[in-house]
Write a protein that binds this ligand. Structure first.
Ligand code: SAM
Length: 261
């Protein structure tokens, strides 16, 4: 399809197209997409995943930055459940207002083989600032998947995993080697799901985001040195502990204690 239109994959836009249909179905199965559901797809590319989502009966809002691919999608996908927005899905560090308009008032899920350049900030934005987004099912770089699902006292544990797991349950669906994509990327990929928790661990996600980032900038320092011994002690936490050892609930308590100090 790309050849016919004289298009070649652009590395700068993370254009590694998913060509393994079993994997693609696995992602859509995991999302449990069915008739009546609304799905946001970022970076539909040539529309392989988009078609699968439409076949399952979903309404799909897709945002594609590449003008050549957007033309291809307009020419090849004919469905009244499909809305294409041509443009940057994440300009200025927030989800495109055009996409939000098209999604409307309904709750929705993100199902996407994400451009790896925007994956982490986009995931945080949707979880922290877009409560209508109930779940995310995405293909991302393996390292990002490991950070999203990390436990305390591991190298991967940091602000990304803490924020994600304070609001959602994060699970690895499967790894995806370079040959599942065309052209093959230099890194291994992974499919991950993030399902919003009915009872999030924080009810102030935006404040928690700022707090967690601040604390993890000094992940190897003692808490007493970062927040003060009194803040740690009044949260019932040993001030000699380091951020990388803290459970999410402990970080939530520390923020409350820092606020009232
Ligand atoms: N969904 C297709 C698939 O699975 O084969 C393509 C996925 S490819 C990894 C990423 C797609 O995102 C490309 O089509 C690329 O042009 C598009 N893209 C990259 N940056 C984007 C952005 N900021 N906003 C919207 N689309 C973007």
């Amino acid at each position: 399809m790309l050849d016919e239109r004289g298009l070649t994959p652009k590395k700068s836009l993370g254009q590694n197209f998913l060509v393994d249909h079993n994997l693609l179905r696995k992602l859509v199965d995991d999302a449990g997409v069915g008739p009546g559901d609304t799905v946001l797809e970022i970076g539909p590319g040539a529309g392989v995943l988009t078609r699968e989502l439409l076949e399952r009966g979903a309404r799909v809002v897709a945002v594609e930055l590449d003008a050549g691919l957007a033309d291809l999608l307009r020419e090849t996908i004919d469905s009244d459940r499909f809305t294409l927005i041509e443009g940057d899905a994440f300009a200025g560090g927030a989800l495109s207002p055009d996409a939000l308009d098209a999604l409307g008032d309904a709750t929705w899920s993100l199902v996407a083989n994400l451009p790896y350049g925007v994956a982490s900030p986009l995931i945080v934005d949707l979880l922290v600032r877009r409560p209508a987004c109930r779940s995310l099912h995405v293909t991302i770089q393996r390292e990002v998947a490991e950070r999203l699902t990390a436990s305390p006292n591991t190298r991967e544990y940091g602000s990304l995993g803490v924020l994600a797991q304070s609001l959602a349950s994060a699970e690895l669906i499967t790894l995806a080697g370079p040959r599942c994509f065309w052209p093959p990327p230099t890194v291994t990929s992974a499919m991950v799901s993030l399902r919003r928790l009915d009872e999030p661990l924080t009810d102030r996600p935006q404040a928690f985001e700022g707090f967690v980032r601040r604390v993890f900038m000094k992940r190897r320092k003692q808490l007493g040195g970062i927040l003060g011994r009194g803040v740690a002690a009044s949260a019932g936490i040993d001030p000699t502990r380091r951020p990388e050892s803290l459970e999410i609930g402990e970080l939530v308590r520390l923020m409350a204690s820092a606020d009232s100090a």
